[in-house]
Design a protein around this ligand. Structure first.
Ligand SMILES: C[S@@+](CC[C@H](N)C(=O)[O-])C[C@H]1O[C@@H](n2cnc3c(N)ncnc32)[C@H](O)[C@@H]1O
Length: 254
């Protein structure tokens, strides 16, 4: 069966993917050619967010849920470039992802990385296991990049986010990247249908307002919730006026 982490790997030019992943990824590329720019833009967003959190916001603890297959500039690499003592807990519900991650995502000498095989639907377990590595009485950045879309509406993704953020102290941050249903709406709807028809875990794209609900009770960092290739992109934004159906934002717990 196709798996989103291996499809991402394929779109990013990696080698950890199979024919089933490539077939669906190619079908989606045919419907929505900008998916390639979109996936790269999400990785670039991850890099800018982690750099901002480590270099500007004073964060040295990261809980990265929905890790994906290792690629360039993984969370701990970016964080430890700026703060070598950074501690990063990676969480994914895919054993394949965790096997690769354990093999490749080793920490710098002053920091720590840890791996948890767990589902975002079980925030209690994630927090309990993360507490072995992170000091949850000190600020933590919770990264939910490309993963909340795997929680259907009837499982209340905003409530899961609220539970995670309730467990970390003021001064903690939330970062979200989430596919948009209200930009390039027709292409997104067709791509989502095509993926859901063939994959095990269905994906849900959401409107600006729906994604915004994840930040309830948090102060959005400038420039707020935007198409993620425009988030603090500066000279990195090589996409011109392209409209990408992918929202990104960072919020701070007051
Ligand atoms: C699209 S990839 C995102 C990778 C990376 N965060 C990024 O932004 O480049 C989504 C990842 O989330 C994982 N995932 C999907 N549903 C999940 C769930 N319910 N709990 C934990 N991880 C999940 C998948 O296995 C996959 O590795």
């Amino acid at each position: 069966m196709p798996h989103i982490a291996r499809m991402y790997d394929y779109w990013l030019g990696g080698k950890d993917n199979y024919a089933a992943d490539r077939a669906v990824a190619d079908q989606i590329t045919a419907i929505f050619p900008d998916i390639l720019v979109n996936v790269r833009a999400q990785r670039a967003f991850l890099g800018r967010v982690v750099r901002y959190l480590a270099a500007d916001a004073g964060i040295w603890q990261f809980l990265d849920i929905g890790t994906g297959l290792p690629s360039a500039n993984n969370t701990h690499e970016v964080a430890q470039r700026f703060v070598p003592q950074s501690r990063v807990v990676y969480v994914d519900n895919s054993p394949v992802v965790l096997a690769h991650a354990r093999a490749l995502l080793s920490s710098g000498p002053q920091g720590v990385t840890a791996f948890i095989e767990a589902d975002l639907r079980d925030p209690g377990r994630i927090l309990a296991e993360a507490a072995r590595t992170l000091d949850l009485s000190r600020p933590v950045a919770v990264l939910l990049l490309g993963v909340l879309s795997f929680i259907p509406d009837d499982e209340d993704p905003a409530a899961i986010v609220a539970r995670l953020m309730a467990a970390v102290p003021p001064g903690s941050y939330l970062a979200v990247a989430h596919p948009a249903s209200d930009i390039a709406a027709e292409q997104v709807a067709r791509s989502v249908r095509r993926y859901n028809h063939q994959a095990r875990d269905p994906v849900t794209a959401r409107t600006y307002a729906e994604v915004g609900r994840c930040f309830d009770g948090l102060d959005l960092v400038e420039p707020g919730l935007v198409q993620l290739h425009r988030w603090r992109a500066g000279t990195e934004d090589l996409t011109g006026g392209l409209e990408l159906p992918n929202y990104g934002g960072v919020g701070r717990k007051p």
